[in-house]
Design a protein around this ligand. Structure first.
Ligand code: A3P
Ligand code: MG
Length: 254
């Protein structure tokens, strides 16, 4: 089994889960958003769990939709290979007709680092993968754009935007926001106040493979497969903007 197989598997699984999510959206309709959200979360989770159990039976899986007991399984801490998946990131946006800012995240963590990953954006018709990392847009000096949560933007982010000369762009889903950095729709993504490993593992794997900056907002490393999957803040940006953003965040937290 080659490393390349893991890149391709992450991509295939994210794409197929995304295809199923589009079907669920089409069959359920948008009349009852909570039911649609639930059907999407469950459908994508069950598909990914079944596929990983069949195709990578020796590996562990950490999924947003796993039971608490499964998430706290001590075998995960001893494992050398753990798939970290968010079957439906941007669940809220998935249930809103016309929105395309939701994603499927499939990442592989091996012995301390993320080694493969894919983010499917089914309603945008694209998938970003570590197998073929996107080519980062060229950095242009001047005003830039920072993606933030539509519903839970960090409270300091407005001041940060003012300080560094940026405009805020609300987008749903951590995966869609990090993808927006990689495809040139924005230049950075800043989040704080709460998030989990599955919200960022796959998009961070792709961002790192593409050469983007990805860290905690204090500049420290993002670490995955921890006993507690809470990973509450993140900065992803074009590499040229990282120092400015980290300095701005530091100044605001002094
Ligand atoms: N303060 C917070 N606490 C916990 N999770 C948060 C959070 N802010 C954002 N998230 C999670 O991060 C993902 C992206 O959120 P947002 O679109 O607001 O940026 C969502 O994942 P899910 O959609 O998988 O639940 C959301 O639940
Ligand atoms: Mg999520």
């Amino acid at each position: 089994m080659t490393i390349r197989d893991d890149h391709a598997l992450a991509s295939d699984l994210a794409v197929e889960a995304g295809r199923r999510l589009l079907d669920i959206r089409a069959s359920e309709g948008f009349g009852e958003p909570p039911a649609l959200r639930n059907a999407g979360d469950r459908g994508a989770h069950l598909y990914l769990m079944e596929a990983l159990a069949r195709l990578r039976p020796s590996d562990c899986v950490l999924s947003e939709e796993s039971s608490r007991e499964d998430r706290e399984d001590p075998r995960r801490q001893r494992a050398e290979r753990v798939w970290i998946v968010d079957p439906l990131d941007g669940t809220r946006e998935f249930s809103e007709e016309g929105r395309a800012d939701w994603a499927v995240h499939v990442a592989l963590w091996e012995r301390g680092r993320l080694t493969a990953g894919a983010v499917a954006l089914p309603a945008q018709g694209r998938t970003l993968t570590t197998g073929e990392p996107p080519k980062l847009p060229a950095y242009q000096k001047g005003r830039f754009r920072i993606a933030v949560s539509r519903t839970r933007p960090p409270e300091f982010v407005q001041k940060l935007a003012y300080l560094v000369g940026a405009d805020l762009v609300p987008i749903g889903s951590a995966g869609a926001k990090i993808s927006a950095v990689l495809t040139g729709d924005v230049e950075a993504y800043v989040h704080a106040g709460g998030q989990y490993e599955w919200d960022s593992a796959a998009p961070v794997a792709v961002a790192q493979a593409a050469g983007a900056h990805a860290s905690r907002i204090d500049g420290s490393e993002l670490t995955y497969n921890q006993p507690d999957p809470s990973l509450p803040d993140i900065l992803v940006s074009l590499p040229e903007l990282a120092a400015t953003l980290l300095a701005g965040i530091r100044d605001l937290h002094r």
